[in-house]
Design a protein around this ligand. Structure first.
Ligand SMILES: Cc1cc2nc3c(=O)[nH]c(=O)nc-3n(C[C@H](O)[C@H](O)[C@H](O)COP(=O)(O)OP(=O)(O)OC[C@H]3O[C@@H](n4cnc5c(N)ncnc54)[C@H](O)[C@@H]3O)c2cc1C
Length: 341
C-alpha cells in the first residue's frame, strides 16, 4: 500500500535536535493541524509503526536512525481567555516556541512565567517534564491541556491532578506516555508578585538596583544569567542539564556530609535532600573532559555537549562513565533528564 503523500521519507533530524546528532527518520510528518494528525494515525501502516513525537528536540538524545514515524508538532496559535477575577487564563498550541510564548504573555501585560524564560523547546513539551528553572515550575501556573489519544482517537482534557506533576516528571512519562499534547492553558495571577526565591536571581536583581522589578525586568535578568551560564545550542550542541538533581534521604545526606563537608544540598519540604548533580560531577573531575566528540561543558559540569560530529552513542557512553564515577564515589545514582531514543 502506498504511503499518504503528506509524508516525507529518510528525513534528516540533525537540525531538529539541539544536540545536533546526525540521524534520520524513516518517515516524517510536520503536524500543522489536528486533522492531519488524525488522518496520519488513521492510516493502519502508520499507526502500527514506532512513533516519536518531536517538539523542539531540546530534551532528547537520538542514539540512532529512527526506524518509524516522527510526528513533528508544529501546531500554532495563542490567545488570552476570559479568565477569573483572580487569574488571567492564557492558552497556546503545542508547537509554539516556549520562550516566544513567555515573552508574548509579558508583552500582553500578563506576568507569571518570566522565571521560565529562555527554556528551549515547545509549549507542548513543557508539561512532559514539568519544566522548571530559577525557583519556578510549570505546575504552579498550569490550568489544563488537551491531548490526542492515538489508542482511542479521542481528545482528552486534563487538569493538574490528571497530569500528576512532580520534579521533572509527570504522568506523560508513565501511563500517559503516547498521548500527544495539542494545546496547554495556564492560569496566571492578576495580582503579580516577583518570585525571587532563587538566591542567584534575587542577587542579580538587587545588583541592578531594582527594588520593585517588573515581570519583564525579571525575565531580562533570567535571560542574562542563562546566556552567561549555558551554551547556546545554535553554537554548541547540548540538551541543557543532562542529569536530574538526585534526591536522597536526610540520613544518607548526613552520612555524605561527614565525608564530604562541602556537599551542596537543599532540604525539600518532605525532609528529603536534593543534591546538586553538577557539583557531584565536578568533584569527580569531569568538568571540561571529553570522550570522543562528546564532552562536559567547561563552565557547567551538568551540561554534556557535542564538540562537533558526536554520535548519540558517544554522548551515551560519556553519560554512563560519569554515572559510574558518581555512583562509586558518592553511592548516588544519577538519572538522565533527556529522553534516550
Ligand atoms: C540549553 C538548554 C537549556 C535547558 N534548560 C532547561 C531548564 O532550565 N529547565 C527545564 O526543565 N528544561 C530545560 N531544558 C530541557 C528542555 O528545554 C525542556 O525539557 C523542553 O520542555 C523540551 O521541549 P522540546 O519541545 O524541545 O521537547 P522534545 O525534546 O522535542 O521532546 C521531549 C520529550 O517530550 C515529548 N514531546 C514533545 N512534544 C510533545 C507533545 N506535543 N505531546 C507529547 N509528547 C511530546 C517527546 O516525545 C520527548 O519524549 C533545556 C534544554 C537546553 C538545550
Amino acid at each position: 500500500m502506498p504511503f499518504p503523500d503528506f509524508l516525507q521519507h529518510d528525513y534528516p533530524l540533525k537540525h531538529l535536535n539541539t544536540f545536533s546528532i546526525d540521524v534520520r527518520a524513516k518517515h516524517y510528518l510536520r503536524v500543522t493541524s489536528v486533522e492531519l494528525l488524525r488522518s496520519a494515525l488513521a492510516d493502519p501502516q502508520l499507526a502500527a509503526m514506532p512513533r516519536l513525537v518531536l517538539g523542539g528536540g531540546s530534551n532528547l538524545l537520538l542514539t540512532r536512525d529512527f526506524p518509524g514515524l516522527v510526528l513533528h508538532i508544529a501546531l500554532e496559535g495563542r490567545d488570552i481567555l476570559s479568565g477569573t477575577p483572580s487569574h488571567h487564563h492564557v492558552r497556546a498550541a503545542a508547537g509554539e516556541t516556549w520562550h516566544n510564548f513567555v515573552q508574548w504573555t509579558l508583552a500582553q501585560g500578563v506576568g507569571g512565567l518570566e522565571n521560565l524564560s529562555l527554556i528551549p523547546g515547545t509549549v507542548g513539551a513543557a508539561p512532559i517534564q514539568n519544566i522548571g528553572a530559577y525557583g519556578a515550575e510549570t505546575k504552579e501556573f498550569f490550568l489544563s491541556l488537551t491531548a490526542f489519544d492515538p489508542a482511542s482517537g479521542e481528545v482528552r482534557v486534563m487538569d493538574g491532578a490528571d497530569c500528576r506533576f512532580a520534579y521533572r516528571d509527570s504522568v506523560f512519562k508513565h501511563e500517559g506516555r503516547g498521548l500527544i499534547i495539542l494545546e496547554v492553558s495556564f492560569a496566571l495571577p492578576r495580582a503579580w508578585q516577583a518570585n525571587l526565591r532563587y538566591a542567584e536571581l534575587a542577587n542579580a536583581v538587587a545588583q541592578q538596583g531594582l527594588a520593585a522589578p517588573t515581570a519583564q525586568q525579571v525575565a531580562d535578568t533570567v535571560i542574562a544569567i542563562r546566556r552567561r551560564k549555558l551554551p547556546d545550542p545554535a553554537d554548541i550542541g547540548n540538551a541543557g542539564s543532562f542529569f536530574k538533581n538526585p534526591v536522597v534521604s536526610a540520613e544518607q545526606c548526613a552520612q555524605l556530609l561527614e565525608k564530604f563537608p562541602t556537599l551542596v544540598h537543599h532540604r525539600q519540604p518532605d525532609g528529603s535532600e536534593k543534591l546538586a548533580a553538577g557539583w557531584l560531577i565536578d568533584q569527580c573531575g569531569w568538568k571540561g573532559k571529553s570522550m570522543g566528540a562528546a564532552g562536559v561543558y567547561p563552565k557547567q559540569a551538568l551540561v554534556l555537549v557535542n564538540n562537533g560530529g558526536a554520535t548519540g552513542a558517544e554522548v551515551q557512553a560519556l553519560a554512563a562513565a560519569i554515572q559510574a564515577d558518581v555512583a562509586q564515589r558518592y553511592g548516588v545514582a544519577l538519572e538522565p533528564e533527556p529522553v534516550f531514543i
